[in-house]
Write a protein that binds this ligand. Sequence first.
Ligand SMILES: CC(C)(COP(=O)(O)OP(=O)(O)OC[C@H]1O[C@@H](n2cnc3c(N)ncnc32)[C@H](O)[C@@H]1OP(=O)(O)O)[C@@H](O)C(=O)NCCC(=O)NCCS
Length: 160
Amino acid sequence: MTAGGSTAAGGTRVRRATTRDASVVAALEEDGLGDDAWSYGLLSEVVGGTLPTVHALVAEVDGEVVGYVAGSLVVDVAELQRLVVAAPARRHGVARALLDALLALARDTGAERLLLEVRVDNEGARAFYAAAGFAEVGTRPRYYRDGESALVLERSVPAR
Ligand SMILES: CC(C)(COP(=O)(O)OP(=O)(O)OC[C@H]1O[C@@H](n2cnc3c(N)ncnc32)[C@H](O)[C@@H]1OP(=O)(O)O)[C@@H](O)C(=O)NCCC(=O)NCCS
């Protein structure tokens, strides 16, 4: 991705996150992930780019940040760690634009597969990932704070 970001269909602009995005990203996490939200301190490091291997991108529509994605990109296997879109901005392709941008970064770091965990009871996210070509490759029992289990999903990273 260029420093200025890239604009996807529907006017969604995806760019690298910065420390200035910490508050809005924390609010997105709180609204979208509830008890599973990361702390403000950790999110500040994630968006600030100070954690080795972790990359964070935000999506803007009309200059407003409406979603973000974070992933750990380590050579052959990349992991999508966070993906949240503000409720009013959902079902307009914002998550898809964020995922595509993360896949492009993963490809550039040499990754061939992208993995993630999703709550079994998160039907919306599961439908999103299924539509985006992810397949179930495993489960992690009682993975979340409230005892819910995770499904492990995987898809290939497209070549350039
Ligand atoms: C999951 C989430 C990121 C999807 O974001 P989004 O911007 O609405 O997704 P998109 O608009 O890019 O969706 C692309 C396609 O995925 C599928 N999809 C997305 N959300 C869906 C839902 N709730 N139900 C069924 N299918 C869905 C559809 O096929 C959709 O295409 P369509 O709108 O043309 O039918 C969003 O619902 C969200 O932030 N949820 C709360 C946080 C969360 O659960 N994150 C994932 C944690 S692992």
